[in-house]
Design a protein. Structure first.
Length: 579
């Protein structure tokens, strides 16, 4: 536990003390299995993560399991811990990380990898799995980045591929039964990991060896340990209504990014956008029943007091009966002043009977994701976005009181031309002018533009990613085309996108680069205030690795680092949809 006098010297000390409303209060010593749930970013980000809340509540609902949280410390807290000669501890009981049986990392963003290493380092945990014996926790990773875990293979004992609600309890059960033998040295680590590898969804990287050709490309994977599966099948929950979902919604002491109840209404997506890894991550499509959702929302409100409920899912507009669900929630919360908010919408959701209902929903602005402004490029993306319906939807929204719109686009797309960039500004301008025609005042339009990052397990996984200079040039061009003060452009740092692309399609050789960058001071690489691209440039040079190798166009028959994983969508099927 960090002493109070040290907490007074850091920013937002309340993020390091735990004890929030609805936080678990379990006896650490009496827990048969102790699990440290680690999120490699700040508390305000981690407490907005639905996966963290689900796993935390699920594990603590098991009578003999104690799950406690660990978040990446801000730079001032890291300096305080190091200068005082202290160790990283958990929020709930202030225990050292080495006192746990598991360190479970939620890996949602490639640029948080150095924070994961920092948590381990501050907790006195050796980086490399091969250096950790029975006296240390098993380090397990999961989340979207586990769709290609290879750059992290050195540091993790095992990965959970896919969804955790069922598999994590099976992992706990196997470990509980073997804990005494393992901790006493009668069962060696490889034997325990082999037992765990028998659980569907569990990938143990030390059981496999990649084989490379002289040109650096991967040739194959070799299974090193007898009994390990030839491929690891992604785990998913078949019935969401039977799966655990938290109703005792934890209420932080400090403001977090998404400070509200999040109501997950579906997993998976009926659409087949070629760039979207989330579809593969959460495949197949599953829906929660409307009645169960209303009950969950009611319980979460009673137990937390939150005044906003947000509907969550990859494409909530495609939820069958969304009108009925939204109407039920608005009616439920009307008397209490609780608002219902929606994420990015499909334009058709605003047309017809739902447009009036949405006028009573919290007006935080409307968000749409055309991704590309030209019809030609949307066909390349396989993006379903009807422009006529879009403008009709905006017209109704403006008539119902909306005054701001946010539009998401990508640049660096296959076959992209400058005319496609012009179309982004033209589309945003039309959206703004329509506000004046409809409601007498031009609408404000925020244009968010990201570089396209080709992701594993998508039809774009073979596509070349454009380099930093090309993306920067296109960003400058878009700025030069901006004329109206009602339009605001926001770009993601193209150097961050570059690094994300390298690690998302990387292999095991990047582990040395990651460790090198950490040693040079890389932390919070997804935060503009801390990101230092020069550190990464030097780290790649130190290990004689050309990052462009990982961004190149790849042949359809090339063995890919993530081919060891079976995510439920055949590679051959993805290839038929590739540009």
């Amino acid at each position: 536990m960090i002493p109070d006098d040290l907490l007074l010297g850091v920013r937002k000390p309340a993020q390091y003390i735990g004890g929030e409303w609805n936080a678990a209060k379990k006896d650490f010593e009496r827990a048969a299995v102790k699990f440290a749930l680690c999120f490699p970013d700040l508390y305000e980000v981690g407490m907005s993560n639905l996966g963290v809340r689900i796993i935390y509540g699920l594990l603590n609902s098991a009578p003999d399991v104690g799950c406690e949280r660990v978040f990446a410390p801000a730079r001032d807290m890291e300096n305080t811990i190091r200068s005082a000669g202290l160790e990283m501890t958990s929020l709930e009981s202030g225990r050292r990380l080495r006192d746990f049986d598991f360190l479970g990392f939620s890996l949602g963003y490639e640029l948080s990898y150095t924070n994961a290493l920092n948590i381990m380092n501050l907790g006195g945990i050796p980086f490399k799995a091969s250096l950790r014996d029975e006296g240390f926790p098993l380090v397990i990773g999961g989340g979207p980045c586990a769709m290609n875990p290879e750059p992290l293979h050195d540091f993790f004992d095992l990965f959970l591929i896919g969804e955790a609600e069922e598999a994590i309890l099976e992992i706990i059960r196997v470990y509980r039964d073997s804990k005494e033998a393992f901790r006493s040295g009668r069962l060696d680590k490889e034997e325990l990991l082999l037992e765990l590898a028998g659980i569907e969804g569990v990938y143990v990287p030390s059981f496999y060896e990649p084989l490379y050709g002289q040109d650096g490309r991967m040739l194959d994977f070799r299974v090193k340990v007898k009994g390990a599966p030839a491929r690891v099948r992604k785990r998913f929950v078949k019935d969401l209504d039977k799966a655990y979902y938290p109703s005792e919604w934890m209420v932080p002491y400090v403001e977090v990014v998404h400070d509200r109840v999040s109501l997950e209404i579906m997993r998976g997506c009926p659409n087949r956008c070629n760039f979207c890894q989330a579809r593969a991550q959460y495949f197949p499509l599953r829906l929660k029943k409307s009645d169960n959702l209303v009950e969950l929302a009611s319980a979460a409100y009673r137990l937390s007091g939150y005044e906003e409920v947000s509907l969550g899912g990859l494409s909530v507009s495609d939820y069958p009966g969304i009108e009925k669900l939204l109407g039920s929630l608005v009616d439920l919360f009307k008397k209490d002043g609780v608002s219902v908010s929606l994420p990015s919408l499909k334009p058709r959701l605003l047309v017809g009977s739902l447009s009036g209902l949405l006028s009573s929903v919290k007006k935080t602005g409307l968000t749409f994701a055309p991704e590309a402004a030209s019809e030609r490029l949307r066909k390349v993306l396989n993006k379903d976005f009807d422009m006529d319906v879009f403008f009709n939807s905006l017209r109704q929204a403006y008539a119902n009181g909306y005054r701001h719109v946010k539009l998401y686009f990508m640049i660096g797309l296959p076959s992209e031309e400058y005319a496609d960039l012009d179309a982004i500004i033209d589309l945003a301008t039309q959206a703004s002018i329509l506000g004046k025609k409809t409601a007498g005042r031009a609408a404000g339009v925020n244009i968010s533009v990201n570089a396209m990052v080709p992701k594993p397990h998508t039809p774009f996984q073979w596509v070349q990613m454009q380099g930093v200079s090309d993306i920067a040039e296109k960003q400058s061009y878009l700025r030069s085309r901006l004329k109206s003060h009602k339009l605001k452009l926001r770009f993601h740092d193209c150097r961050m996108s570059f690094l994300e692309g390298v690690f998302s399609r990387g292999d095991r050789r990047l582990g040395a680069v990651l460790l090198e960058a950490f040693g040079r001071g890389a932390r919070f690489d997804g935060w503009g205030d801390y990101f230092d691209f020069g550190i990464w440039t030097e780290a790649f040079k130190e290990h004689n690795i050309d990052p462009q190798f990982y961004l190149r166009q790849r042949a359809k028959d090339e063995v890919l680092p993530w081919d060891i994983l079976d995510i439920g969508i055949p590679k051959e099927s993805l290839a038929t949809e590739a540009p």
